[in-house]
Design a protein around this ligand. Structure first.
Ligand SMILES: *[C@@H]1O[C@H](CO)[C@@H](O)[C@H](O)[C@H]1NC(C)=O
Ligand SMILES: *[C@@H]1O[C@H](CO)[C@@H](O)[C@H](O)[C@H]1NC(C)=O
Ligand SMILES: *[C@@H]1O[C@H](CO)[C@@H](O)[C@H](O)[C@H]1NC(C)=O
Ligand SMILES: *[C@@H]1O[C@H](CO)[C@@H](O)[C@H](O)[C@H]1NC(C)=O
Ligand SMILES: *[C@@H]1O[C@H](CO)[C@@H](O)[C@H](O)[C@H]1NC(C)=O
Length: 503
């Protein structure tokens, strides 16, 4: 508006200065020029304001101070020398440390499905004191959103013992499927249930399921990804269920029971008119098949096309994505005649390059199809596995682990795939909130189902042959990821109306 005023006051002044000097037949020319200049400013003004409405962060309800809009350095560390982790005096952790490179994402056969996440309360959000700082409308640099309470990085911290945990009792939640229901399956130790994630510079807001539900009233929260996200989805259902006085007032709308075989669920919370949903998408891009010369059909992955479930993504208000665990040699046919662009199937293609292209495809789709004024997008970072002495399919194990890793270089592991994620997100138009949980998972060698991913039949000896050291017991580590989603809603003062308010 002030710009408009300025333009309006400038136009007559220009005219007034020049008119008396001109000959009569020049007047028409001058007049047209003024008109032209005026229209130019008008167009510019419209352009600038449309840019501003795309900027999620300039939404008046958000205090930009709350999440440092750092144009993150340390992301593309292509040639900056990475300083070595401070040498620690403590003994190395009993974990296969392939230097700071975490073991390849291991995927137990069950890594085939679901997950989810929650929010919290309005604990005095007295940060906004009226004025809305203008953070430069039309800025071209895409800034990256880093969630933090004030200047606190929520993802650097430690696990501390807290007797108030877990939020829901083991065995109490009907939405935990057998594979993650460790206590019911006979896991004897309990200490792993008592840890709370504590960021170094602050405390997370205490999880409040009711408040989370209030904040997402009338909304759809969707988790999209592989079975690690199904793990998170089940955690979300259980956490939010704690906010219901009548636990029967949530149900799967088709009556489906959660199993690893099904790829889509919608849970409705009746009194809050909101849904928590999951859709399986291992790669976020499109899986397909191709028939080879011998008439056999082989799987392919179209890295230039988003997954067919994307039509469901559009309808959600809050989205939580993940991918990563399926991008392994074993699951991608060793890159041979597997990756595809258009109709062309590459005889051989590098999985890391394919990952980069696929994420770019995903990011482009989001930029085109989602509206940051109305939708909130999270990417949940890579969740680490802890196999000793082998991989998920070659005798690796994690049984008997009852304590987190407390120190050592394993904690610093941050996969190349995550650097690619950061790079893609950084160049997107729609702000994507990175739930940077990798480090938090690095600590928790004690959190996996290990041999307790299956109901033990009384008297039968537990087989230690195949262990799940990738997924997490519930209650457990994914609860913390969902608490971080809750913290984000609290710190950003997200309420039902600000999540999808068209400005
Ligand atoms: C990165 O390397 C390039 C070429 O070697 C050099 O020009 C550039 O200054 C380097 N950047 C940094 C941040 O070191
Ligand atoms: C906002 O509050 C801070 C701290 O109370 C104060 O210093 C600042 O002047 C206030 N800003 C406005 C615009 O009122
Ligand atoms: C949780 O949130 C609800 C709704 O905002 C509120 O009424 C309740 O007092 C909160 N509970 C705690 C323990 O803070
Ligand atoms: C429930 O939420 C939907 C949007 O998801 C809305 O269209 C509908 O009117 C709401 N129903 C009630 C009873 O509030
Ligand atoms: C995410 O956390 C890792 C440590 O695990 C850190 O190296 C990386 O810089 C963080 N990324 C962002 C965007 O903060």
């Amino acid at each position: 508006m002030t710009t408009q005023k300025k333009i309006a006051s400038e136009a007559p002044k220009m005219g007034g200065d020049s008119l008396p000097l001109q000959k009569k037949h020049h007047n028409v020319f001058i007049f047209t020029s003024i008109l032209f200049i005026f229209s130019f400013f008008l167009v510019l003004l419209i352009f600038l304001s449309s840019q501003r409405s795309l900027n999620f962060l300039s939404s008046p309800s958000i205090d930009p101070d709350l999440f440092s809009l750092t144009t993150t350095t340390a992301i593309t560390t292509t040639n900056t020398t990475v300083s070595p982790p401070p040498s620690s005096l403590s003994p190395p952790p009993p974990i296969p440390s392939t230097e700071s490179i975490p073991p390849p994402e291991s995927t137990p056969a069950e890594l085939i499905e679901t997950a989810d996440g929650p929010i919290e309360k309005n604990e005095n959000v007295g940060f906004v004191n009226g004025s809305i700082p203008d953070n430069g409308a039309g800025q071209e640099e895409v800034e990256r959103v880093e969630i933090s309470g004030k200047n606190c990085n929520l993802f650097m911290g430690k696990w501390i013992k807290d007797d108030g945990y877990p939020v829901y009792q083991p065995g109490s939640c009907p939405f935990v499927d057998e594979a993650y229901d460790c206590q019911s399956n006979g896991r004897p130790d309990f200490e792993y249930l008592k840890w709370r994630w504590k960021p170094d510079g602050c405390d997370l807001p205490r999880f409040n399921a009711t408040d989370f539900l209030v904040r997402i009233r009338g909304k759809r929260l969707l988790l999209v990804g592989d079975s690690m996200n199904r793990n998170q989805f089940e955690s979300m259902l259980c956490l939010l269920r704690e906010g219901l006085p009548d636990k029967n007032k949530m149900y799967e709308v088709h009556g489906y029971k959660i199993t690893k075989g099904r790829g889509f669920y919608i849970f409705k919370f009746v009194d809050f008119n909101c849904t928590i949903e999951y859709v399986r998408s291992h790669f976020l891009v499109k899986e397909g098949t191709r028939v080879n010369g011998q008439g056999n059909s082989n799987p392919t992955l179209s890295i230039d096309k988003v997954d067919k479930t994307a039509k469901r993504w559009k309808q959600a208000d809050i989205l939580v994505f993940n991918t990563g665990h399926w991008w392994t040699h074993g699951k991608t046919s060793r890159g041979k005649s597997y990756f595809r662009e258009g109709d062309y199937v590459y005889p051989k293609f590098d999985a890391v390059e394919a990952y980069r292209k696929a994420l770019k495809t995903w990011g482009d789709w989001i930029d085109k199809n989602l509206n940051p004024d109305r939708q909130l997008v999270f990417y949940r970072a890579y969740s680490n596995a802890h196999f000793r002495g082998g991989d998920w399919d070659s005798g690796g194990s994690c049984n008997g682990e009852t304590e987190p890793i407390l120190s050592g270089s394993f904690l610093d592991g941050y996969p190349l795939k995550m650097k690619i994620v950061e790079d893609v997100i950084q160049h997107m138009k729609v702000p994507v909130i990175l739930l940077n949980v990798t480090r938090l998972t690095n600590f928790r060698k004690d959190g996996h189902p290990s041999v307790y991913g299956k109901m033990r039949i009384k008297g039968m000896k537990v087989s230690t042959r195949k262990q799940d050291c990738s997924h997490w017991c519930l209650p457990g580590v994914p609860d913390a990821w969902n608490e971080l989603i809750y913290a984000t809603l609290v710190y950003q003062q997200r309420t039902a109306s600000s999540i999808s308010q068209i400005q």
